[in-house]
Design a protein around this ligand. Structure first.
Ligand code: 7RM
Length: 635
């Protein structure tokens, strides 16, 4: 069906126009032809952004796991669904077929049922990147329980807050996890968290590192013996289209994390449809997304989107640097990966290691390269394109959010010509708008403003768990009748979008609006620079001035600090203009980042402002230790 699989640019424009002119007809056709429904919908879409209220496929009945599992059994029962690559390269990979996965999901679902979990209950999943993680999500979905995955790198405090916010009675975890050369005592973290979670009745523990852990009598149980006894068959719960599928927490700029609620039918249709097109997945391809399932990228593009398409999806337990920085490429070669999807922070870390580690491996299987998570800077884009992709695998720079559920602005590979640092065009069905500060939509091309979406799409979050008002205030109050993304973007002369970063990253220096991304791009061009982040700090004359944190490829080079500072400012001056020159440049050993690789400018801003008394909870950072060293060396 041509509408389902876009193959050339003319077709993209044609289908896009249809999706905007007749959105209900368009989505109805996609939903009708490519999914398994117990009952079809009564109405495709109702919406009112002022409330906000959005329903897709109302009245329909389905189970997402029947779409991800049951319906593939006849044609793909022996095809690998999940290809598990362990942390340790000497441990064999595991090939879980669609039939295996179906049976293991049923067993897990039956264990949960046995523990009293029923439709609508919330189940917290705090499991590392092992097969049980993906199976746990699907087992919840099978019986209609709402999963709330917490990234298994988060602290006990972050975990307990999330367990309590949505009132989980069951927690699924593991005895521990492998991460490169390290092992992490996950169960110890869970025990600590549960001291603050009196309502948790059951903890199911998967065995991974075979460590000697504490099991609390009456609460904690090993998972495997229960699975072994459980039936491999089981009926899927029949769900309403708008029944919640999962909650996933995302940090707000202030206050407690927001539990974004995603519902069943719209999320399924949109993640499946985007997966097929954005990665141009073909039947025998091997697809690999390096994200953790603890993030939305893993939910949508390791688990649900790929499995709904009957794809082979790689799940990697380890890290890019273990046993060395060639690991990603070794895996691409070993499994003949065709689509590879990662984050700019990983690309920069790997680029820093030089090309030899890439060239050692045969990457000829690669067809499509993806990027997600933050704006990809020019230098990283070219390295990815040239060194990894050998100039023949298009880069899909995919812009989207936890809140959007699926990819929103992206090239379609081999269809949309790519342009470095541009996410290019809206995906089918997505209607972006750029707004100025006064709330007027900026029409036409060559404009820059705040990025909104002015029409509903099937996978948008429906609410924040337990706080619909916060949902409205955060996303639907800034601009009337529009979803506000919190990002800034520009539209170039042909209508391509470039995401310029969070709008709170805009710094006004002497009345000039400066986006941080282009300045960082300029700095990163310097051959000694690995990474940089710019923030504003108060200045008597300019209002704000610019403070740059710069990580060098080789920290030893900071010996020559004054020269380096001059060269960096010269580069900025050349690329953007003297107005964008930095007042202060601090050389750092690393930049504070979230676990998903986003630079925490909020913290860097506070340090630059000399306001370090309240940095907020930094325990969920990837590298909390760099914060103190940055404070100690502040200029
Ligand atoms: C998928 C994900 C969302 C925020 C978003 C942006 C930034 C993500 C890109 C990007 C520029 C991209 N969900 N962002 N992708 N910025 N280009 N391709 O990351 O909820 O964790 O983050 O990430 O600021 O608002 S998220």
């Amino acid at each position: 069906m041509s509408n389902y699989h876009i193959k050339h640019l003319e077709e993209y424009f044609q289908v896009y126009r249809k999706s905007v002119r007749e959105p209900e007809n368009f989505w109805e056709e996609v939903a009708e032809e490519h999914f398994l429904w117990r009952k079809k919908w009564d109405k495709v879409l109702s919406w009112d952004f002022s409330k906000p209220e959005v329903t897709w496929f109302e009245g329909a009945k389905l189970n997402i796991t029947e779409n991800c599992l049951d319906r593939h059994l006849a044609t793909r029962g022996d095809k690998t669904a999940i290809l598990f690559e362990p942390n340790n390269p000497d441990e064999p990979a595991e090939y879980i077929t669609y039939r295996d996965l179906y049976e293991r999901v049923n067993q897990f679902a039956n264990v949960l049922k046995d523990k009293g979990v029923t439709k609508g209950d919330r189940v917290c999943i705090y499991v590392p990147m092992i097969p049980e993680l993906a199976i746990a999500l699907l087992a919840c979905a099978r019986i209609g329980a709402i999963h709330s995955v917490v990234f298994a790198g988060f602290s006990s405090k972050a975990l307990s807050t999330r367990i309590n916010d949505c009132d989980c009675k069951v927690v699924i975890t593991a005895d521990g996890s492998y991460r490169g050369a390290k092992t992490i005592d996950l169960k110890g973290i869970v025990d600590e968290a549960l001291e603050d979670c009196p309502d948790v009745e059951t903890v199911l523990v998967a065995k991974r590192i075979h460590s000697d852990i504490n099991m609390k009598e009456g609460r904690d149980e090993w998972l495997q013996p229960l699975l072994d006894k459980a039936s491999k068959e089981g009926k899927a719960e029949v769900m309403d289209a708008e029944d919640p599928l999962f909650i996933l927490y995302t940090s707000g700029s202030t206050g407690k994390p927001k539990g974004m609620v995603h519902t069943t039918a719209g999320y399924m249709v949109y993640t499946a449809y985007t997966f097929k097109n954005v990665f141009q997945y073909r039947e025998h391809d091997v697809y690999w997304c390096t994200a953790d399932i603890g993030w939305i990228t893993g939910h949508s593009y390791i688990v649900y989107g790929p499995l709904a398409n009957g794809a082979t999806t790689v799940m990697f337990e380890g890290v890019p640097s273990y046993p060395d920085f060639g690991r990603f490429w070794e895996i691409v070669q070993k499994h003949k990966v065709n689509q590879f999807y990662t984050a700019p922070t990983a690309i920069r870390a790997l680029a820093k290691q030089g090309a030899e580690l890439v060239e050692k491996y045969d990457l000829s299987s690669l067809k499509v390269l993806g990027s997600v998570g933050e704006p990809i800077n020019e230098e990283a884009w070219h390295w990815y394109n040239d060194v990894v992709g050998k100039n023949k695998s298009p880069i899909v720079d995919t812009w989207w959010q936890t809140e959007t559920g699926g990819i929103m602005i992206t090239p379609i590979p081999f269809v949309t010509p790519t342009k470095p640092t541009f996410a290019t065009l809206p995906f089918i069905g997505i209607q972006p708008a750029l707004m100025d500060e006064s709330g007027t939509e900026l029409k036409g091309n060559q404009v820059e403003g705040r990025l909104c979406i002015k029409y509903p799409w099937p996978s948008m979050a429906r609410t924040i768990w337990g706080n619909h008002e916060r949902y409205r205030d955060t996303y639907f109050s800034a601009y009337e009748n529009k979803y506000f993304t919190g990002d800034g973007a520009l539209r170039d002369e042909v209508g391509y979008y470039r995401i310029t970063g969070r709008v709170d990253d805009v710094i006004i220096v002497s009345g000039h609006n400066l986006g941080t991304a282009p300045i960082e791009d300029a700095i990163n061009e310097h051959q000694a620079v690995a990474e940089s982040a710019i923030v504003g700090f108060p200045h008597d004359v300019k209002g704000s001035a610019l403070y740059g944190y710069v990580t060098l490829k080789d920290f030893g080079e900071a010996r020559n600090q004054d020269n380096l500072r001059k060269e960096i400012n010269q580069l900025i001056s050349d690329r953007i203009g003297p107005i964008a020159k930095l007042d202060k440049i601090q050389f750092t050993e690393g930049l504070p980042k979230t676990r998903s690789g986003k630079i925490m400018r909020r913290i860097l801003r506070k340090i630059a402002e000399n306001n370090t008394s309240d940095l907020g909870d930094i325990s969920t950072l990837l590298n909390p230790e760099v914060v103190q060293s940055i404070i100690d060396n502040k200029l």
